[in-house]
Ligand binder design. Structure first.
Ligand code: GAP
Length: 456
């Protein structure tokens, strides 16, 4: 692994400079820990989600898609345990007014320090005056309809998973599936996190990519092992360097009440090893809880064997924003080129927001016209950008910073020879190619397997 120069500050600065991701409500002074995605950010995160869908739907035939409502019946959260148990114990310091998670203080986690005396853990500074730990429910509460009353209370979903469990019966009927099969969903979730932070790593509004895989109970341990490996491999296939990725099995005291096994895919972010995705063996907890609460049978009847059972569930639960951050961090690189600093995102070409930029060397002599013709021939195949503004070196740097794998340059020879140069983002090598060959050449290269040039 080449030496990493990346820091969270550099990622935040690049994201703002190039319009990937920036603070929300900026003209009103911002709203803590909420972010808006600009053009390149939307393209990148959409590519991350599309790759997840591809792995779940296109490359398999045992998973179906779902898009359930964000607002659900409040009893969903009663059955799931979120109303009673979805809390973080917090302590406040009466002196400095800072708020900490009690478990983070107890574990003496890095970065959890007294703001007045950063060499001390909260509670151990001379002026610290901590309250007792109190529970905060992390669900956002709202009201459905014009009248606020207890009967109109609803919650913004804190995870997409429950929308899948409550639709188990529908999918079983309409998709004509039998275990083992999965239901996949991507969408926004909301948690009133007490300690959001580290850019888009932990926010109050975020997107999840979750899949619930329903299996015969006896097959659960084997599917749990299978899904851990599949999900780990997904990140490395998309270019994350294996040395920065690990699977960490939860200790018994970390397991949720329903889980008989959970492992996290962790990535070595600049803030240290942190969770990217959780894979859990949830047993029959969710289907049984919703069956009891809704008085609806949520089970599978096998007409062949006459067997009736409540399937067990293996759940890979990932965050789209957190994965986007990991891909950005892993791709970020700086190089000295001709005495100048080149900042480049060495993203997997499938994730890169723009696949090819077409650049006329000068804004005259018919070069822009040919460049636009080329853009038109590529646009239907891949995300293409036209840029004629500024010196060519500057335009290459701009494309490097957003991770564009190929730049096509139109020059004076193009007019007579109908050839262009193709510049490779990672090697910066340039080759001369006939205009007519471009679409097939670029499409072919983008489809090839790729590994990070940062591996050396
Ligand atoms: N249904 C299980 C579940 O929601 P989780 O570990 O709480 O499990 C799954 O969440 C993934 O969602 C996490 O691994 C993370 O990638 C993402 N995630 C959770 N809370 C988040 C937050 N506040 N901000 C950004 N991503 C978050």
């Amino acid at each position: 692994m080449s030496e990493d120069v990346v820091t969270m500050d550099k990622i935040v600065a690049l994201c703002k400079r190039r319009g990937f991701i920036f603070a929300s409500s900026e003209i009103y002074g911002g709203l803590g820990s909420t972010y808006d995605y600009g053009h390149y950010g939307v393209l990148l995160k959409t590519n991350v989600k599309n790759e997840w869908w591809r792995a779940m739907l296109q490359e398999r035939d045992d998973i179906v898609a779902l898009d359930s409502a964000i607002l659900q019946h409040p009893d969903v959260w009663k059955a799931s345990g979120h109303l009673a148990g979805f809390t973080d114990p917090m302590v406040d310091c009466r002196t400095c007014k800072a708020r900490f998670r009690a478990d983070h203080i107890a574990e003496r986690q890095p970065g959890i320090v007294c703001p007045k005396k950063p060499s001390k853990v909260p509670g151990e500074g001379p002026d610290c005056d901590l309250t007792e730990a109190r529970d905060f429910n992390l669900m956002f509460k709202t009201n459905v309809g014009p009248v606020e009353s207890t009967s109109s209370v609803a919650y913004l979903r804190p995870e997409t998973a429950q929308g899948i469990f409550i639709n188990f019966k529908n999918v079983l009927q309409f998709a004509r599936k039998k275990p083992p099969f999965g239901i996949a969903q991507v969408g926004k979730s909301f948690r009133n996190e007490i300690t959001p932070g580290n850019f888009i790593f932990r926010t109050r509004e975020f997107e999840q990519m979750e899949m619930e895989f329903f299996v015969p109970p006896a097959e659960a341990p084997q599917w749990y092992a299978t899904w851990k490996q599949i999900r780990f491999d997904w990140y490395t296939r998309l270019g994350i360097r294996p040395a920065g990725l690990r699977l960490r099995e939860h200790e018994a005291d970390e397991l949720s009440h329903y889980s008989s096994g959970t492992a996290d895919v962790e990535y070595l972010f600049p803030i240290g090893w942190s969770e990217l995705e959780g894979i859990a063996n949830r047993g029959d907890f969710d289907l049984s809880a919703h069956a009891a609460e809704s008085r609806t049978k949520l089970e599978y009847f096998d007409p062949g064997s006459g067997e009736r059972y409540v399937p067990h569930v293996i759940e890979p639960a990932a965050g789209a924003d957190r994965a986007t951050l990991a891909f950005l961090v892993d791709a970020y690189d700086e190089e000295q080129v001709d005495g100048e600093l080149r900042t480049v995102l060495k993203l997997h070409p499938r994730l890169a927001p723009v696949k090819v930029a077409v650049l006329p060397l000068v804004k005259k002599d018919g070069q822009p016209d040919i460049a636009k013709e080329i853009v038109a021939s590529l646009r239907g195949l891949m995300q293409t950008e036209y840029d004629e503004g500024g010196a060519i070196g500057k335009r290459y740097r701009r494309q490097d910073e957003i991770g564009t794998p190929y730049c096509v340059t139109v020059d004076h020879e193009t007019l007579t020879e109908r050839t262009v140069t193709v510049r490779d983002r990672d090697s910066m090598a340039q080759e001369r190619v006939a205009i007519d060959d471009l679409p097939a050449l670029l499409a072919g290269r983008l489809a090839q397997p790729w590994s990070s040039p940062k591996l050396g």
